[in-house]
Design a binder for this molecule. Structure first.
Ligand code: URA
Length: 209
């Protein structure tokens, strides 16, 4: 699939398997999501621009590469995006954070926005939108449409799991959007859940099942 990056590193795949297991406790699920997010942050930031800064090692001065973490914005789609956000912030602590509140109407499966808060100066920033499950693609597409109004420098989307329907829907709305995921599962069931998936990511991470 064009513009879809499956992060097939063995550590990512191993942790994802542990998360999928229905016997995984809330605390294990949360810890694994946190660890996985750090690993995914590594992949999604691979092409981040670096600039040289003058420093002094104990032996001599040098021009050394640094990223500008403050230019990066992690945008979490509430509520499940929170789980990925925390891990990513551990890797890029200087990043800014935005939140989009979207819920899925259970009848239409369409995304309805109830919250939108972004840092100032979005036009100079690179945005990474995070949501563990790219299922119907409706929330992700709505979030990216909304963010594009602010004309950020770039936008990427990171999820843990997706399926062909989710990728197709998001790419139909935003063909230019790079998607990063740990796996592309078989498909959606009648309730819009990814199969075999891992269940409801928000419920599993917050213990609200
Ligand atoms: N949201 C989830 O949490 N799980 C799915 O399988 C689909 C959407």
């Amino acid at each position: 699939m064009n513009n879809v990056h499956v992060i097939d590193h063995p550590l990512v795949q191993h942790k994802l398997t542990l998360m999928r297991d229905k016997e995984a406790s809330t605390s294990s699920f949360r810890r694994l999501l946190n660890e996985l997010s750090m690993l995914m942050a590594y992949e999604v930031t691979r092409d981040m621009p670096v600039h040289r800064v003058r420093i002094e090692t104990p032996l001599e001065p040098m021009d050394a590469p640094m990223i500008d973490g403050k230019k990066l914005v992690f945008v979490s789609i509430l509520r499940a995006g929170t789980g990925i956000l925390e891990g990513m912030l551990q890797v890029v602590p200087g990043a800014r954070v935005g939140h989009i509140g979207l819920y899925r109407d259970p009848d239409t499966l369409q995304a309805v926005e109830y919250y939108f808060k972004m840092p100032q100066g979005m036009a100079d920033r690179d945005v990474i939108v995070v949501d563990p499950m790219l299922a119907t693609g409706n929330s992700a597409a709505a979030a990216v449409t909304r963010l594009k109004e602010l004309q950020p420098r770039s936008i990427k989307f990171v999820c843990l799991l997706t399926c062909p329907e989710g990728v197709a829907a998001l790419q139909a709305a935003h063909p230019d959007l790079p998607i990063y995921t740990a796996a592309i599962d078989r498909g959606l069931n009648d309730h819009g859940y990814i199969m075999p998936g891992l269940g409801d990511a928000g419920d599993r991470m917050f213990g609200t099942r």
